[in-house]
Design a protein around this ligand. Structure first.
Ligand code: ATP
Length: 515
């Protein structure tokens, strides 16, 4: 399906209608950029977490998983640099009174240049037909090269100005590019200011003794402060990693785009501790490994790309984003950062504890360097949902809405449908459910005609429908209908579990994807 605003609106409406995502506190008109996962959304999210955890923790003997608290000692955030530097540059439009992130306004301007390149490609494709060589065109066409360079120069200048905290130059860039407010259409901008994204709260009951705390803005620090405990109790040697899934909170300046940018969200992170000097090799290693993991979901390789950072954070010596092609364009899904020894060193200084690792092979102590992979779980949910939503024209002239979710993460793996609500078919269907339900999330459905039930399950993203009919009573077989091909096959009841195995087993899923 085309990726555009219209598709995006449909995905959001569909996510509500089929019980995936609701606005938080909807009866009070919702809370800006906070969302709740409904019955199907919660399952999808749980399955994605499980797929990540299995491949990250069970799939790597040198990685262990933890679950640290959201609340941490406030000194953590001073040491990590978040109190002083976890800021976004904000700018207001004086006419519309709307607030924007200055860097996002500039990035959106560069997106328009990317769109112009896409249009040039399409035009040339039409002109040259089969003889068209896209790669060669992208490397040699003058107009494309000009747009590319223009975009790169803009991002480079923005990166440098942000790194130097030269906010006047960020504003100058917005003015030079003649960026207008999407609401008022005017160029009447305020100066650019920094805004700290952390939510603060208090620990303790009495006003005098209460301690100021922050809700963690990233899960990574929970790993760093536990580094030594985990290393010693897990008896891991460097290189090794610590993984974690958990909530993070950021008071985002502009929280648009549904669950792409939320104020409360979930991260799946892995910090890999390595010998100093080896970090850039490991950084390359994890870049490739993470990209392959994304490919393994089967959303299409063409939907991913790397975007290296021009503007390195205070803790990094290399950083890239894995971007996904959302309905609103390529945007960050996962960050991969070489975080140096910044965090552990800072915690060593702030806590006064020795956080060095003793390397028994080198017979010396040092602070390890860290390579981080950090993916936003909600952004992954959005990638899966927006890519899976499809409107299909069928041969008989009708259309159907289908969510072609990867079966391994689909909320309901199969719906079991008695053809009619009599003749003992419901009882047979319920027996099948009882047999499957400890391994698979299966759903009984006997409402309306079987054709309508198929459509509803297609739209909800259920990979299989198992229909119990009168023949089932005679020979113990059922039909299994495939959501994507709509083909039906008769199989023995005892065969069903084998047929569904790839919907819950990562190994079988990957094997099937390679076929
Ligand atoms: P952005 O530039 O989009 O604000 P970031 O570079 O600040 O993101 P990181 O600090 O690298 O993000 O966080 C790691 C991951 O956490 C991101 O790749 C993203 O998937 C996710 N993430 C960050 N902020 C949010 C948010 N407000 N809502 C949902 N997911 C988020």
């Amino acid at each position: 399906m085309a990726k555009n605003d219209d598709t995006f609106r449909k995905v959001i409406a569909h996510a509500k209608e089929y019980g995936y995502i609701f606005a938080s506190s909807e009866i009070y008109d919702g809370l800006s950029a906070v969302y709740d996962y409904a019955q199907n959304g919660a399952e999808l999210k749980k399955n994605l977490k499980d797929y990540w955890w299995r491949s990250m923790v069970y799939g790597n003997q040198d990685i262990v998983g933890i679950d640290a608290s959201i609340l941490m000692h406030p000194k953590t955030w001073k040491a990590s640099g978040h109190v002083d530097a976890f800021n976004d540059p904000l700018i207001d439009n004086k006419d519309s009174k709307r607030r924007y992130r200055a860097d996002v306004l500039i990035e959106e301007h560069v997106d328009k240049l990317d769109k112009k390149i896409e249009r040039e490609v399409k035009k040339a494709q039409k002109r040259f037909g089969d003889a068209f060589d896209k790669e060669q065109f992208l490397e040699t066409n003058e107009r494309v090269l000009r747009y590319k360079k223009e975009g790169q120069d803009i991002l480079k200048r923005m990166g440098e100005s942000l790194a130097k905290e030269d906010l006047a130059d960020v504003k100058a860039l917005i003015e030079e590019l003649e960026i207008v407010c999407p609401v008022s259409g005017s160029k009447n901008w305020t100066d650019v200011r920094q805004f700290n994204l952390m939510f603060s709260t208090k620990l303790g009951a009495s006003a005098d003794s209460a301690m100021d705390l922050y809700l963690r803005p990233e899960t990574a620090q929970g790993i760093f402060v536990n580094f030594q405990n985990v290393q010693q109790t897990s008896r891991q040697h460097i290189p090794f990693g610590i993984a974690q899934i958990g909530k993070a909170f950021r008071n985002e300046i502009v929280a648009r785009q549904f669950i792409f940018r939320m104020r409360e969200f979930e991260q799946m992170e892995m910090q890999y501790f390595v010998k100093p000097g080896e970090e850039l090799e490991w950084y390359e290693h994890w870049k490739q490994k993470r990209l392959e993991w994304h490919y393994s979901l089967g959303l299409g390789k063409e939907n991913y790309r790397f975007q290296d950072h021009e503007n390195l954070s205070h803790y990094a010596n290399a950083a890239t984003d894995i971007q996904f092609n959302y309905p609103f364009g390529f945007r960050e899904l996962e960050g991969i950062h070489s975080r140096t020894d910044f965090d552990l060193k800072a915690h060593e200084t702030a806590s006064g504890r020795n956080l060095k690792y003793f390397d028994p092979f080198e017979n010396k102590s040092y602070i390890p360097y860290v390579v981080e992979t950090s993916i936003g779980l909600d952004r992954l949910v959005l990638a899966v949902l927006s890519n899976s939503y499809q409107e299909e024209e069928l041969e008989n002239g009708t259309t159907r809405v289908v969510m072609k979710l990867p079966a391994i993460v689909a909320p309901v793996k199969a719906a079991v449908l008695p053809l009619v609500r009599k003749d003992g078919l419901p009882e047979l269907a319920k027996e099948i459910i009882e047999d499957l339900q400890w391994e698979y999330n299966v759903q009984y459905d006997d409402k309306e005609s079987v054709g309508r039930r198929y459509r509803r399950q297609d739209a909800a993203g259920t990979p299989y429908c198992i229909t119990v009919d009168h023949q089932t009573k005679e020979d113990g077989t059922v039909t299994i209908r495939d959501r994507d091909t709509m083909e039906q096959e008769r199989v023995k009841i005892s065969e069903i579990s084998n047929r569904l195995r790839h919907t819950v087993s990562a190994r079988d899923w990957i094997a099937q994807l390679k076929k």
